[in-house]
Design a protein around this ligand. Structure first.
Ligand code: GDP
Ligand code: IMO
Ligand code: MG
Length: 423
């Protein structure tokens, strides 16, 4: 039994919180794509945990965490996270595994990511600078270094030599930067090798055996549908497939093993980094939402751009991902607004566009037609029964459900584990 949890917007929908909540009923939580660009927040017992590579279900002692083959793993970032977890008193020994065939992110990937994005000038993507795109580029260019290569020192050094030959040429001749020495890099990363040896397994085999034994698995997506390399707002996207289909290739499981797809959507929309965002709010409400929702990147700390709920993109996401049910997060953040808008239709060249256009040129230039809903004044953070929500809040959820065409099964009204209401 595999449930895939994905983001239906541009990331930061609250996937971490939802995974943590659902993990109580699951045995394994497995990340399938992305890398340390992700920042998944879990608030438990008034303590805040931000996961970048480690699956967000790890706080539950019975959960086994898997970093699947579709992930790119930065050993330095991973170790920092493990150290932080130890400091926060989380015992993960013998229940955290990494895929032998996942690719690893090294110093040069991070440097290249940052200088390549800076070089794009006004066309910059605003990447997280975590070396994500550059690691996937090497993976598909067949010069990547996998976990199994990394744990074998001589193989690692040979592969490093090959990879660095061209990188150093670029650094020196094109970017006018200093070159990276194979020896120094190999030395710098050697401290991570033993831990990788302990944790590296064939995660696909492990998961398939677990499926046969009837274990319940959560596949945790990072980023969101519109950051997907194929279906997102290209080129303003990440370098992997956050969509539910990515779980098959990123974990090595057959599509028929997936039993449920849960979409997570914020009650409004946010985006970090550059790229088109039709429902972005250009008045003081942008700031109101940023403050109320604490909309600052969990990885980079950058302020997130805020906008109204866009029903067109979320409807597209439900179809693309085959979403069975939707969970709406951060409904509490909208409390106090007099009116709340929902983007229901795009207009391009005086024509109505009902479906999210894959052509970014069009998407960048659409106008949005909105519906206005009445807001509510009451604080809803402590409400635990759906019927106790203000009528206007329930009407807002009903309307979203109608527009998106998928059942909304729960709404989240705060960052803590218990602040979730079944509908
Ligand atoms: P993710 O990347 O999808 O896991 O989301 P992030 O962790 O980057 O961002 C979501 C932020 O919203 C985090 O700070 C969460 O603690 C917080 N959050 C999640 N659900 C809710 C909610 O229902 N209400 C409020 N106010 N905050 C929430
Ligand atoms: P979670 O999992 C929001 C955005 C970056 C940038 C673009 C490409 O926390 O939802 P990258 O470093 O991936 O090459 O950057 O993607 N981005 C995210 N935005 N949430 C994320 O992850 C993101 N991961 C990447 O801001 O616009
Ligand atoms: Mg995030």
């Amino acid at each position: 039994m595999i449930t895939v949890v994905i983001g239906t917007q541009w990331g930061d929908e609250g996937k971490g919180k939802i995974i943590d909540t659902l993990a109580t009923q699951h045995d394994i939580v497995a990340r399938y794509q992305g890398g340390a660009n992700a920042g998944h927040t879990v608030v438990y017992n008034n303590q805040k945990f931000i996961f970048h590579l480690v699956p967000s279900g790890i706080l539950h002692k019975h959960v086994v965490g898997i970093l699947g083959n579709g992930i790119v793993i930065d050993p330095a970032s991973f170790f920092q996270e493990l150290t932080d977890m130890e400091k926060q008193g989380i015992d993960f020994s013998k229940r955290l595994f990494i895929a032998q065939n996942a690719h690893i992110t090294l110093t040069y990937h991070k440097i290249l990511d940052q200088i390549e994005d800076a070089k794009r000038g006004s066309g910059k993507l605003g990447t997280t600078g975590r070396g994500i795109g550059t690691t996937y580029t090497d993976k598909y260019g067949r010069i990547g270094i996998r976990v199994s290569d990394f744990i074998n020192e001589s193989v690692f050094i040979n592969k490093l030599k090959t990879a660095l030959e061209l990188k150093n040429y670029l650094f020196q001749e094109y970017y006018k930067k200093s070159i990276i020495s194979v020896e120094n890099l190999a030395d710098e990363y050697s401290k991570y090798r033993e831990k990788f040896k302990e944790m590296a397994i064939d995660t696909s085999y492990y998961l398939n055996q677990a499926i046969d034994k009837g274990k319940r698995i959560l596949a945790e997506g990072a980023q969101g549908t519109f950051l997907d390399i194929d279906f997102g707002t290209y080129p303003f996207v990440t370098a992997s497939n956050p969509i539910s289909g990515g779980a098959c290739t990123g974990l090595g499981i057959g599509p028929k093993k997936i039993t449920k797809v849960i979409g997570v959507a914020k009650a409004y929309t946010t985006r970090v980094g550059m790229g088109p965002f039709p429902t972005e709010i250009n008045d003081e409400i942008n700031q109101t939402l940023r403050t109320a929702g604490n909309e600052f990147g969990a990885t980079t700390g950058r302020p997130r751009r805020c906008g109204w709920f866009d029903a067109i993109i979320v409807r597209y996401a439900t179809v693309l991902n085959g979403i069975d049910e939707l969970i709406i997060t951060k409904l509490d953040v909208l409390s106090g607004l007099k009116t709340i808008k929902i983007g229901v239709k795009y207009i391009y060249n005086d024509q109505s566009v009902d479906i999210y256009p894959l052509d970014t040129e069009i998407f960048e230039n659409v106008d949005v037609e909105y519906e206005e809903m009445q807001g509510w004044d009451t604080n809803i953070n402590n409400i635990s029964t759906y019927k106790d929500l203000p009528t206007a809040a329930k009407k807002y959820i009903d309307r979203i459900e109608e527009l998106v065409g998928t059942k909304i099964t729960a709404v989240s009204v705060g960052s803590a584990r218990e602040q979730i209401i079944a509908r």
